[in-house]
Design a protein. Structure first.
Length: 282
């Protein structure tokens, strides 16, 4: 359904009405919430899960020509937290969504009028420096050039699937486009397809400039959990730095790339549920 800030944002709510609420932030930037599901719906067994399509992506696209920046996304998040009555909020961020949660928490240290997070779960957080982002981009590109994924692409090209079943061909093409994010590229078949609005993604990254968030993150004071796959193309050092700055519990997931809710869901949800239970007042 639509939700009005300065533009209409699509949101959905899942889980029992009387369960502890959490706000789930998808990755991207410029993507949408769909690709977190159905796997992340496991959270809704014990929590009231709020999520939304961030401005510029999915069902929250806008005709407003004003560039969308990280500050735009932080402002939207603050508005939604208040309007949903999630004060103080429990933020669960995935990839860019984890970075958005951190950017919001940083802004809360600068603006006491904002409701600061009560706790944060940061899953496969996006790189927190420009240098680590460059390393990630290089690692992902190298994986795409690797023998395994190149072989899968050659197999698809020779299959005749494009002519026989265009829909299946598009699905397989999507899987191969994201295969480098996985510990086992074959696991890409379990990821719900999604699209990134490139203009929005570029605008947000450009707005961050030559960023290094380490000092700012160290000023944030709230319970936090950081989870990261040992085979994630995003440098493990970046996630470790996040955990160190926040004094957070840091869990490294074995045999796992960038999408733990696909490759290691049992461990991911067990660790998250324990953390949320331990840090939520009855």
């Amino acid at each position: 359904m639509p939700f009005s800030v300065s533009t209409s944002l699509y949101y959905r709510i899942d889980g029992p009405v009387d369960a502890p609420p959490v706000l789930l932030l998808h990755g991207g930037p410029g993507a949408h919430h769909d690709y977190l599901y159905p796997q992340m719906l496991a959270l809704a067994e014990n929590h009231r899960v709020y999520t939304y399509d961030q401005r510029g992506g999915g069902q929250s696209k806008t005709d407003d020509p004003t560039p969308i920046t990280w500050e735009t996304q932080v402002a939207d998040l603050g508005t939604l937290i208040r309007e949903f009555g999630l004060v103080p909020p429990t933020l669960i961020g995935y990839s860019w969504g984890a970075m958005l949660a951190m950017l919001y928490a940083i802004r809360c240290t600068q603006d006491p009028s904002l409701p600061a997070p009560a706790r944060m779960v940061l899953i496969s957080p996006a790189p927190i420096t420009r240098a680590w982002r460059t390393q990630f981009e290089e690692a992902l590109a190298a994986r795409g050039r690797g023998e395994v994924i190149q072989g899968m692409r050659a197999e698809l090209a020779a299959s005749g699937l494009r002519e026989r079943d265009p829909d299946a061909y598009r699905q397989r093409s999507f899987e191969l486009s994201v295969a480098g994010y996985f510990h086992d590229p074959r696991n890409a078949t379990a990821l719900t397809p999604f699209r990134v609005t490139g203009k929005v993604q570029q605008s947000i990254w450009n707005s961050l400039g030559d960023f290094d968030l380490r000092d700012a993150i160290c000023a944030v004071d709230c319970p936090a959990l950081v989870l990261h796959g040992n085979s994630d193309p995003i440098p493990l050092e970046s996630a470790a730095a996040v955990a160190e700055c926040l004094g957070a519990r840091f869990v490294v997931l074995d045999a796992c790339g960038h999408v733990p809710y696909v490759e290691q869901p049992e461990e991911l949800f067990a660790v998250m549920q324990t953390f949320l239970a331990e840090t939520t007042e009855p």
